[in-house]
Unconditional design. Structure first.
Length: 408
């Protein structure tokens, strides 16, 4: 059976021909957005075509439609309106930020399709009937100046602020710089808004009046540093972060941190602390807050951050202390690996898919954490897997297309 599988963000089927549809016994389209006309919609329905889409846009027949595709981050402003009399679809694969001057510009589009996230002013919510989002939508205060999601307000900030302006960060604001002139910010009438504000103890009294009432406040000791993303506690930790740290992410504690832990004066981890068993007692003696303490045993082999990981009996028998597979897109367990060996020597975490036999499935589930899918794969999935991971042994009767945008 000759098959075609299309994996893309946008599939344009407005000009698909009957010859193309007749060439395959089965066609599967996986897309965030699919474009059709009334004619091609009727044509597609007559053939064995499976359509998995978050949104199907039906474009009027004969209209000269312009597609404005944007990948990554895109900002829609008042100057971004389509040309008058032009039917335009804005398609964003990533994040779309709509400026507070862009309501009319946004409404002028035939449609706005976002595969990702949208950020817009509060007053604009519910006013864009042409907006479709496959992801998250959030709002910000009207008239606010947008900062980074996690914005650090340091000593240089007062030199470039706009008077009487409201500054907004979607996640958190950080005021821990001892040299920050808060008085100058107050003189210029500046205000700040966010979900959370992290304030050094000596700055808290002066900064708090500058925050909106709905901003949560966390006061930390003076000298606390801010790390955005995961941090590693090793022998260089004190030189990089000092003895007081707010970690916005996971903290990975290495075995060599045995001499570092007693030096820590304050630690806040907005995530997990991943730590070897023999350091747990010492770690629990320090002033630390965290979401979860994850005890990690010293594995003989760690496979991480690869597209495809393969595990067989030979690999597991080579490492008596076990094998850890983490942050991988796909993991394939060889058929020769017994469930007993999996339970004894394998650990899997933060992986998208794990392929195994039915006999192995229970054991794999028991040693897995934060894995999206566990199970066997059929011939078709095997072919797709081989293509994604670079194998040349493809099924000649299967055509697979992976693209951001595809015109059929």
């Amino acid at each position: 059976m000759k098959k075609m599988i299309v994996n893309c963000a946008t599939c344009d089927m407005r000009k698909v021909s009957e010859e193309t549809l007749q060439a395959y016994e089965q066609i599967v389209v996986n897309a965030a957005t699919v474009l059709v006309t009334p004619k091609t919609k009727e044509l597609v329905n007559r053939y064995n075509l499976t359509l998995n889409a978050a949104d199907v846009q039906e474009i009027p027949e004969g209209e000269n439609v312009r597609l404005n595709r944007q990948n990554g981050s895109y900002q829609l402003t008042g100057d971004s309106a389509p040309r008058e009399g032009e039917l335009t679809i804005l398609m964003v694969n990533g994040s779309l930020t709509i400026g507070d001057d862009a309501l009319e510009a946004a409404q002028a589009y035939f449609s706005i399709q976002v595969n990702g996230s949208v950020l817009m002013p509060k007053s604009m919510a519910g006013k864009l009937s042409n907006l479709s989002v496959n992801g998250s939508t959030s709002t910000y205060p009207d008239g606010a100046i947008l900062l980074r999601r996690n914005a650090v307000i340091d000593k240089t900030f007062p030199l470039r602020v706009r008077e009487n302006a409201l500054y907004w960060a979607s996640r958190r604001l950080v005021f821990t710089d001892a040299d920050l002139d808060v008085g100058k910010l107050a003189e210029k009438g500046v205000r700040f808004a966010s979900r959370l504000a992290i304030l050094a103890e000596s700055l808290a009294e002066a900064v708090t009046p500058l925050l909106t009432e709905d901003t949560e406040i966390l006061i930390v000791p003076d000298g606390t540093k801010f790390a955005n993303g995961y941090a590693v506690m090793d022998k260089r930790f004190l030189k990089k972060h000092g003895t007081k740290l707010y970690c916005n992410g996971d903290l990975i504690v290495k075995p060599e941190a045995v001499d570092v832990i007693p030096e820590i004066e304050y630690l806040y981890v907005n995530g997990q602390v991943k730590i070897p068993q023999d350091l747990v007692d010492a770690f629990e003696e320090i002033d630390a807050e965290y979401e979860e303490l994850v005890i990690q045993k010293p594995y003989g082999k760690v496979i991480e951050d690869v597209v495809r990981a393969a595990v067989d009996t030979k690999l597991l028998e080579k490492y008596p202390d076990g094998v850890q597979v983490t942050d991988c897109a796909m993991v394939r367990i060889a058929k020769d690996v017994s469930p007993e060996l999996i339970l004894d020597r394998l650990s899997i975490s933060d992986c998208a898919k794990v392929f195994c036999t039915e006999e192995q499935e229970a054991a794999v589930s028991a040693v897995s954490k934060d894995v999206a899918m566990i199970g066997s794969c059929d011939e078709e999935e095997e072919s797709i897997l081989d293509m994604v991971t670079g194998s040349l042994n493809l099924n000649p009767n299967l055509k697979v297309i992976n693209a951001a945008d595809y015109v059929m």
